[in-house]
Design a protein around this ligand. Structure first.
Ligand code: F6R
Length: 261
């Protein structure tokens, strides 16, 4: 079962996840980080940048692998995940740019980008800590409902719901690309530790389905139930539909190694 940690606000969740990432890097200076984009992981990156600076941690050998990329946006487009990762992760954390990987979203290579990314992951991996958000439709990465639970990195079509959700980063829904290259569910499950972050009431149904619903390709995030080390960090609104909430709080409050995920 996933460990569910209910935090008072996203910043507290970000600090908790950032501390775990930093501990991983201290133990292993060659750590491989799995990087999500979107709004959910931003508090983690902010906290991590602060901790790295305050504690003087050397991240020169750390590598990062983004979960996904839109197909058809030039890499320099401000909302390409290449740009987002550079802006939110590579620069603030001080990672070495040549060690930070994002799938190739060039339409000319969309068919082969997945295999190339799998090869790069296999050479550098496994991922030590994989940060994840969850879509309101239950996707992880951009594995939309129906994605195979053993899928690998490949070209996918976004749902209209995801395009509407992500229109806030663009001028309009029409500007959100229709296709993406995303790590598969099977790819994500190879990471050593999954940390899924979800904040706000709009995520409550997806969180409940992921953590407590049946394991099903119809809710790709339910695949976290297959992983032996998953931490789900949620605020109160995102936790509000969980049936066993009291138990999760009890388990966290009585954890032998408190505040450590
Ligand atoms: C982003 C990604 C997506 C997002 C999800 C939630 O790399 O893979 O699964 O994590 O769409 O997005 P936010 O956090 O913006 O609500």
């Amino acid at each position: 079962m996933a460990e569910v940690v209910v935090v008072p606000d996203p910043d507290t969740g970000g600090q908790l996840a950032a501390r775990t990432v930093l501990d991983t890097v201290r133990r292993n200076p060659d750590a491989v980080l799995g990087l999500a984009t979107g709004s959910s992981p931003l508090p983690v990156y902010r906290a991590l940048a602060r901790l790295i600076a305050e504690e003087g941690v050397d991240v020169g050998r750390v590598s990062g692998f983004a979960l996904d990329e839109y197909v058809g946006l030039p890499p320099a487009h401000p909302e390409s995940y290449r740009s987002v990762i550079t802006r939110e992760v590579t620069v603030p954390l001080g990672l070495s740019p040549d060690r930070v990987h994002v799938p190739d979203g060039d339409p000319a290579r969309a068919d082969t980008a997945g295999e190339a990314y799998e090869r790069a992951l296999a050479a550098a991996g496994p991922v030590d800590v994989q940060l994840l958000g969850v879509g309101t439709d239950g996707h992880i990465g951009f594995n939309e409902p129906g994605s195979s639970l053993t899928s690998r990195t490949r070209l996918k079509t976004l749902t209209e719901q995801t395009r509407r959700d992500n229109a806030r980063f663009f001028g309009s829904v029409e500007e959100v690309p229709v296709h993406c290259v995303t790590q598969g569910i099977g790819t994500i499950l190879r990471a050593r530790h999954l940390i899924l972050l979800a904040f706000g009431a709009a995520k409550a149904d997806a969180v409940a389905a992921a953590v407590e619903g049946p394991l099903t390709a119809s809710v790709p995030a339910s695949a976290i139930q297959l992983h032996a080390h998953t931490t789900v960090i949620v605020d109160e609104p995102a936790a509000s539909r969980l049936t066993h909430l009291d138990y999760y709080r009890h388990a966290w409050a009585n954890k032998p190694a408190p505040q450590h995920i």
